[in-house]
Design a protein around this ligand. Structure first.
Ligand SMILES: NC(=O)c1ccc[n+]([C@@H]2O[C@H](COP(=O)([O-])OP(=O)(O)OC[C@H]3O[C@@H](n4cnc5c(N)ncnc54)[C@H](OP(=O)(O)O)[C@@H]3O)[C@@H](O)[C@H]2O)c1
Length: 269
């Protein structure tokens, strides 16, 4: 996939609301999607159904006035995988209940929901047959999940299905800089760096109304298969090879996502 393609910029503004606007992914997406707004958690707390409803209603009104589809990109989440093990209530409230509120508001106000999900909804066991066919496909069975964060993201997908017009966008990415001294040689991934992936995700968001109109509700957008160590080495050449046994939390062996459907859709549009 052309992840190295130049940043995609859209000429006309699209009415888009991105939750978790202060987050890593949202900050990359906002400049790529003119017309998008990204309230921070202080401005829009997804655990508060009243705040969510008001924000989605305002988006829908703005969109309808422009004769457009309003799109809600639900990127807000409790994302600290290690901390989630001890802070389960907060993680559940944000990831599961927060998504419930966002999906309900989208259903109520006719907005299209793009729910940002993760490769971690899959078990991620090593499977040479699956690897040979390019990784997990959209309709592969999810779970059993490896950790509590992953479990809440799986449940969040189920909550997102309450929005009739929805796209579950499964992806995986890292911050611009490799943040650790080491990288795991025993985890296969289709993660890439957030600044490389954001243009692809922005394009998928922009195309979401057309994709959903085809009856497609789940889509994988990610990078090329690699190991976490190789990925780390691209931006931190002196990174130390390590094993996931050092992580302190259960991590998958191979969670590569097949992006064949996305490539087909993109080529057809
Ligand atoms: N990073 C990855 O590898 C990865 C992979 C696949 C999918 N994803 C998904 O991609 C999305 C964005 O992740 P990210 O890496 O950009 O994470 P991030 O940097 O942690 O951003 C998440 C944002 O959500 C906000 N947030 C937390 N609780 C909230 C609440 N109750 N109401 C509103 N906002 C809230 C956070 O605000 P505070 O900073 O104030 O807490 C933060 O700004 C998430 O849905 C994540 O599950 C991430």
């Amino acid at each position: 996939m052309g992840l190295a393609s130049p940043a995609i910029r859209y000429p006309e503004p699209v009415p888009i609301l991105i939750t978790g606007g202060g987050g890593r992914l949202a900050r990359e997406l906002l400049p790529l999607l003119p017309g998008a707004i990204g309230p921070t958690r202080a401005e829009l707390d997804v655990t508060d159904p009243g705040q969510v409803d008001a924000a989605v209603q305002a988006l829908a009104q703005r969109a309808h006035a422009a004769g457009e589809d309003g799109i809600v990109v639900h990127a807000a989440a409790y994302t600290d995988v290690r901390a989630a093990e001890d802070d389960r209530d907060a993680c559940y409230r944000t990831n599961v209940l927060g998504t419930r509120h966002v999906a309900a508001a989208c259903a109520r106000h006719g907005a299209l929901l793009v729910h940002v999900s993760t490769d971690y909804v899959f078990a991620g066991d090593a499977d040479p047959e699956r690897a040979a066919r390019g990784g997990y496909r959209e309709d592969d069975e999810r779970g059993p999940t490896r950790n509590y964060y992953a479990q809440t993201k799986l449940l969040a997908e189920d909550e997102a299905r309450a929005a009739p017009r929805r796209l579950l966008l499964r992806t995986s990415f890292r911050p611009r800089e490799w943040p650790y001294a080491s990288g795991f040689t025993d985890v296969r991934t289709s993660q890439t760096y957030v600044d490389e992936l954001a243009p692809e995700l922005a394009e998928a968001i922009r195309l979401a109304p057309a994709i959903v109109a085809q009856g497609i509700h789940t889509l994988h957008v990610a990078g090329a298969p690699t190991t976490v160590f190789e990925l780390a080495r691209r931006r931190k050449p002196d990174v130390r090879p390590a094993s996931k046994a050092e992580a302190g939390v259960d991590l998958p062996d191979d969670v590569v996502l097949s992006t064949a459907l996305w490539r087909r859709l993109r080529d057809a549009c």
